[in-house]
Design a protein around this ligand. Structure first.
Ligand code: SAH
Ligand code: SF4
Ligand code: F3S
Length: 377
């Protein structure tokens, strides 16, 4: 019996697919080379932008012919897109050949749903779940080992679906994180450890004995062994000086940080509920560069947020020009059902959004070329 997993979305999903793989292997399935050979196909989905969801739905449709060829094939759809009830119901209604539809909080019980398929199609969306402290992973990212330190997000940026599909912030106990990392290091297969969370800077705030993210980083660095440490994603409002200090101090921590700015305009940042200003963001960048002159800093931007004017978009361009990041992702704003921004007046027409993203991407290309030229000189 063979399984095949298709993963969409962010590193969190990639890592959760590593958990799903371990569950499948424990059940006696082994990895298929391609989906056509599988007896169990899992789609681990993403809902961050409309395009991400559309891609998932299109690809589920294409599984129909595989099910026809092999009626005992089990097809499961899980992850952030199916945590939304409307999408889960749509999949159940539109694709009768899908056997299991579950949300993000049901994942630890994946085995039970596969076993229950004999009794009929399974759909269940738990609304909340405890953080999964102990689970096996089949690590698939080469020399990098992902380690989840927290789940969920409390920030409710007005454009973002994540708090709705991943629930509130829940941190793992520090002792469990340290134990997992010691095990990873002792295997000697991994050179890099990447801590994962939607907002790693808030790590530990919700624990019964709160601890800071800086303390966690520092404690991990005390583990003996030859490894580098990095983390994602940081939120500018929570990136405190003690985190920058520990990054600068500890040789084990890579001097790189992904710090999504989203916009360079204060009115838009406020409408996005990001809770920092352009000036605050720039002051953090300054601090990072003072302490770590060679730090690699990357960012995310959203263009065409509701009511964004041409001038306000140009503030984003000027921020990108000013900071000269080591790389940016530029996204076209995508309204997500249930979020505050999707109900705002002043949605920007698609062609304007596309024009803006192209301008930003061209600027980014120019900056990277300049940087390459300068580093050669
Ligand atoms: N937790 C991280 C990443 C969240 S998703 C953070 O806070 O930064 C990754 C990126 O997707 C975000 O940084 C944002 O730029 C983008 N994004 C999120 N929602 C979006 C939406 N509705 N439309 C377009 N881009 C979006
Ligand atoms: Fe989404 Fe904002 Fe949370 Fe990031 S911090 S996951 S953008 S709500
Ligand atoms: Fe997508 Fe969920 Fe990640 S919505 S970006 S897979 S947290």
């Amino acid at each position: 019996m063979k399984y095949y997993i298709v993963t969409y979305g962010c590193q969190m999903n990639v890592h959760e697919s590593e958990k799903l793989s371990a569950i499948c292997e424990k059940m006696g399935y082994c990895l298929a080379d391609k989906r056509e050979d599988a007896d169990l196909i899992v789609f681990n989905t993403c809902a961050i932008r409309e395009g991400a969801e559309d891609r998932v739905l299109g690809n589920i449709g294409a599984l129909k012919k595989l099910k026809k060829k092999n009626p005992s094939l089990i097809i499961a759809v899980c992850g952030c897109a199916t945590q939304k009830e409307s999408t889960a119901n749509f999949i159940m209604k539109t694709f009768p050949f899908v056997d299991i539809v579950i949300g993000t909080f049901n994942l630890p019980n994946f085995e039970a749903y596969v076993n229950a398929v004999k009794m009929g199609r399974q759909m269940e969306l738990l609304k909340e779940g405890e953080i999964d402290e102990e689970h096996s992973y089949k690590r698939t990212s080469g020399e990098n080992a992902w380690v989840n330190i927290m789940q969920g997000c409390n920030n409710f940026c007005t454009y973002c679906i994540v708090p709705y599909v991943r629930g509130r912030e829940k941190s793992r106990q520090e002792e469990n994180i340290l134990r997992e990392i010691k095990e990873i290091v002792s295997e000697k297969k991994y050179k890099k450890i990447t801590l994962l969370g939607q907002n790693v800077n808030s790590y530990g705030k919700d624990l019964s004995t709160p601890i800071s993210f800086a303390k966690l980083l520092s404690d991990i660095c005390q583990i003996d062994g030859d490894f580098k440490l990095t983390f994602m994603t940081s939120h500018p409002k929570d990136l405190t000086d003690d985190v920058i200090d520990v990054m600068a101090k500890e040789d084990k921590i890579l001097k790189e940080i992904h710090l999504p700015a989203q916009s360079g305009n204060n009115r838009i940042l406020n409408l996005m509920n990001r809770k920092y200003t352009r000036e605050k963001y720039l002051s953090i960048i300054k601090k990072i560069r003072e302490r770590m002159p060679d730090a690699r800093i990357t960012s995310d931007f959203i263009v065409g947020f509701p009511t964004e004017t041409d001038e306000e978009f140009l503030d984003t361009c000027s921020l990108v020009e000013e900071v000269k990041f080591d790389g940016i992702f530029a996204f076209i704003y995508s309204p997500r059902e249930g979020t505050v921004a999707s109900k705002m007046e002043g949605q920007i027409p698609e062609e304007i959004k596309r024009k803006r993203v192209n301008i930003l991407l061209a600027l980014e290309k120019k900056i990277q070329l300049e940087k390459q030229k300068n580093s050669k000189n």
